[in-house]
Design a protein around this ligand. Structure first.
Ligand code: SF4
Ligand code: SF4
Length: 383
């Protein structure tokens, strides 16, 4: 027996009480973009994210009934986060930039426990004595969550590939919860409100948003600064500008995010103001322990110190702030990790100063690692 409309209204009210901003219901059926997803993987556009391309990831996206065979409905929830801040102009030169979603406590620690509470409440509202079967993901499962969100009426997938809510824009986290309860699905969101707009495509600094409405992750700053573990391609480094972790450009230019300013209600996950714009020259010297202490409970921890310092080195090379020369030089001579040393060499090469050239020449005499030697030689050749 399907739940009554009044019961669904009660569940929705409880979801909003718990801090979720949007609630909708979809059916646990194959969604429209699974073939497209397969083509994206086959084309290699997912870069090295094997967790997106393994057999389990593909078959579960193709047939969501494999996720929870008893599922009869999928609740989709959106949780807003604070939009990116404007760069403080007076110190602009020495500051990096962190993607807004990451400037707070890790959402994986906040949202899933609330979905759990919602499931318990649903059990009470539904009046079933046996435990209901539920499986939920917030950004962690092999699920076409943006398709489910559209089908549950939350919004449409924009040309920047983000789910855009007409009310809340795209600064949102999505959660999906598969349930073995029958519920009437919400009306799907069928409009494409991007229209003729191309702002995200034009603004993307690496031109990785393809007109077919997918992203070539191999060139995307978000991917390269967060998920990618190895050397950042040299041709992409200048385009990173001051993005140390992630990139919000294709969302910042979206007109649907302008109205977010007018929203009065507070966000569930409060931002940590000191995370938005790291001071590059001081952060270049972070030890492993300091990195864990500062970022361990935030999404920034995903890069670990190694990825974070690598990204900072690229940003330092783009900013060419005089205060970064000394910590970059220290990294080039003392850092045990070759990838960090290589990126520090690239950054020093960008200064085009006698002093930085000498630092590179000195290191070339003792550097044992072929990759780092190649970075130093390239940096010297660019002088
Ligand atoms: S996150 Fe940045 S690099 Fe990636 S698609 Fe958006 S604008 Fe382009
Ligand atoms: S910037 Fe324009 S094209 Fe891109 S997602 Fe927003 S509305 Fe769509």
């Amino acid at each position: 027996m399907p739940l009554l409309r009044s019961q669904i209204e009660d569940i929705k009210a409880e979801a909003l009480n718990l801090g979720f901003d949007v609630f909708g219901i979809a059916l646990p059926q194959p969604t429209p973009h699974t073939e497209f997803y397969q083509q994206w993987i086959t084309g290699g556009y997912h870069a090295e994210m094997q967790y997106l391309s393994n057999q389990r990831a593909i078959s579960m996206r193709k047939d969501p009934r494999l996720i929870l065979p008893s599922a009869q409905s999928v609740i989709v929830l959106a949780t807003r986060y604070t939009k990116p801040h404007d760069l403080p102009t007076e110190q602009q030169k020495g500051l990096g930039r962190i993607s807004a979603y990451a400037c707070s406590q890790d959402y994986h620690h906040v949202i899933p426990p609330r979905v759990e509470i919602l499931v318990q409440t649903i059990q009470k509202i539904a009046g079933v004595t046996k435990s209901i079967e539920a499986l939920h993901y917030t950004d962690t499962g092999p699920v076409m969550e943006k398709d489910f969100a559209s089908q549950a009426g939350l919004g449409w997938v924009g040309k920047n590939t983000c789910l855009i809510s007409p009310l809340y824009g795209s600064y949102i986290f999505l959660s999906v919860c598969f349930l073995n309860l029958e519920m009437e699905p919400s009306p799907p969101f069928l409009d494409d409100r991007c229209g003729n707009c191309q702002r995200c495509i034009s603004a993307c600094p690496t031109q990785c948003i393809r007109p077919e409405r997918f992203i070539d992750a191999r060139r995307c700053i978000s991917y390269l600064t967060i998920e990618h573990r190895r050397v950042i391609p040299v041709e992409i480094r200048p385009a990173m500008s001051n993005w140390v972790f992630g990139c919000d450009i294709c969302q910042m230019v979206c007109p649907w995010n302008k109205r977010v300013d007018r929203l009065q209600t507070p966000v569930l996950i409060q931002p940590k103001e000191d995370l938005f714009f790291p001071q590059v020259f001081s952060e270049l010297g972070l030890t492993d322990q300091e990195f864990k202490q500062k970022y361990g409970k935030t999404p920034i921890s995903r890069t670990r110190r190694k990825g974070y310092i690598r990204n900072l080195a690229v940003v330092a090379g783009n900013l060419r702030h005089p205060a970064c020369i000394s910590p970059l030089s220290k990294l080039l001579s003392d850092e045990p990790d070759a990838i960090i040393r290589g990126h520090a060499a690239w950054a020093l090469g960008n200064y085009h100063l006698k002093k930085t050239k000498q630092i590179l020449l000195n290191r070339l005499r003792t550097e044992p690692e072929p990759y780092v030697r190649a970075e130093i030689i390239n940096a010297l050749n660019s002088q």
